[in-house]
Design a protein around this ligand. Structure first.
Ligand code: ATP
Ligand code: MG
Length: 274
């Protein structure tokens, strides 16, 4: 890809404009002992797009999100973010660059309220540690108020006002997933990574979640990379799709291109999934 191609906005199949390259994964290889979870994969994520990652179980999709979010550092390859090569980083450092995520298995504090769980999403923005809070109360209070404001906005946005005081452990699964999205949004990310945000949901819950994802992208301009097994959802939501199989990339393009790709049909689309 030339420099111009990387920075220029492009039009997607349905006429939507997406921006220049935000995240560029180049020849990524990730191994766990003898297992190659990712084998020499390159793909990019453009500013403002919804990018789906699909593929059969064990294909390496979550591993790829984990590389982007700094949970794993690949043995080979380069991660480029905003036109600069990113050195190996810890997850909290990646978070400070404006990248937030949700997990395939919900990772919330069950005993804490919805509100307090979402507040933990503000941690990357908090300048005041406990010590400074003790000696610098005015500033800490202002910061706390600003954080509350962001969190309240997100609670309204995701329509979870009525459960704000409920301990997360008491919520049904679909709402827990929504709270996890809320916590990720509380970080006000530029790039949001969602690992199977609709897994295990019924049709109605999936529709709600799809709408929220589209609204986040639309209203906040957040770039989104998501892993999803439901092909209907993927086709509806995404601008472009990467297809993985056994750690390799076997397809990359618009939903229509990917759907027509014989290798993708063989490996993935022709068979049933959970
Ligand atoms: N921490 C780990 N240690 C060892 N092997 C791992 C680890 N994480 C993932 N793997 C292996 O890497 C491969 C890819 O796993 P990954 O979880 O990325 O797949 P996936 O595409 O997300 O699958 P699923 O759809 O089931 O979530 C699998 O063979 C898995 O067993
Ligand atoms: Mg996974």
């Amino acid at each position: 890809m030339s420099v111009a191609e990387a920075t220029e906005p492009v039009s997607t199949a349905d006429g939507r404009q997406i921006g220049g390259v935000l995240m560029d994964m180049r020849h990524i290889t990730l191994r766990f002992g003898g297992v190659e979870a990712i084998k020499d994969i390159s793909f990019d994520i453009r500013e403002g797009e919804i990018r789906a990652i699909i593929g059969p179980n064990g294909a390496g999709k979550s591993s790829m999100l984990n590389v982007i979010s700094g949970f794993y550092n690949p043995q080979e390859g380069e991660v480029w973010f905003r036109g600069e090569r990113r050195p190996p980083m810890k997850p909290y450092q990646v978070a400070r660059q404006g990248i937030a995520r949700t997990f395939q298995n919900i990772a919330l504090f069950d005993g804490m309220s919805v509100l307090d769980n979402i507040m933990t999403g503000r941690l990357t923005h908090m300048r005041t540690g406990l010590f400074r809070q003790a000696v610098w109360r005015g500033g800490a209070q202002r910061e706390e108020m600003a954080n509350r404001e962001v969190v309240e906005k997100i609670i309204d946005f995701l329509e979870i006002q009525r459960i704000r005081k409920t301990p997360v452990g008491r919520l049904p699964y679909g709402l827990k997933k929504r709270v996890e999205l809320a916590r990720a949004l509380a970080a006000e990310p530029n790039l949001l990574l969602l690992d199977e945000p609709m897994a295990g949901m019924n049709v109605e819950e999936k529709e709600d979640m799809s709408r929220f994802i589209l609204d986040v992208n639309d209203e906040f301009g957040t770039t989104i990379a998501l892993i999803e097994h439901d092909m209907g959802v993927v086709m509806d939501l995404s601008d472009r799709v990467v297809v993985m199989d056994y750690g390799r990339k076997i397809g990359d393009g618009t939903p229509d291109e990917v759907r027509a790709n014989p290798e993708v049909i063989d490996a993935y689309l022709g068979v049933a999934h959970d």
